[in-house]
Write a protein of this length. Structure first.
Length: 116
């Protein structure tokens, strides 16, 4: 189950739904850059990983029309959302949202992790 809610006071400001098995909410990338060297090789600089590097990518076929409308409202009007998944609670913003297809795809750019 995934919960996405508004950061502002809203009595109806939460959407709770089940994600599809094809979702990748745990996907994360490290801060790595590759620089070519003069001899034709390359050097990798691994600068570590932080939760702020995470993008939560969710696919769901279980949204009602009312839930989809609420997510569109968050996307269009809220500066940020709180997203709870099984590995933590995150503050971020909905980066992209497509409710016109099934499964619905939601991408949340994480600004910070709110839970330990």
């Amino acid at each position: 189950m995934i919960s996405i809610c508004s950061i502002t006071q809203d009595a109806d400001g939460q959407v709770l739904f089940k994600e599809d098995v094809s979702s990748h909410p745990h996907q994360a990338r490290a801060r790595i850059n590759r620089v070519g060297t003069l001899d034709g090789g390359a050097v990798l600089n691994h600068l570590g990983f932080a939760d702020e590097d995470r993008t939560i990518d969710i696919k769901t076929s279980y949204l009602t029309e009312a839930q989809a409308a609420k997510l569109r409202y968050f996307f269009e009007n809220d500066a940020g959302v709180i997203c709870a998944i099984d590995i933590g609670v995150y503050f971020g913003a909905i980066d992209s949202l497509d409710t016109s297809i099934k499964p619905t795809r939601i991408r949340i750019a994480v600004q910070s992790k709110m839970s330990a």
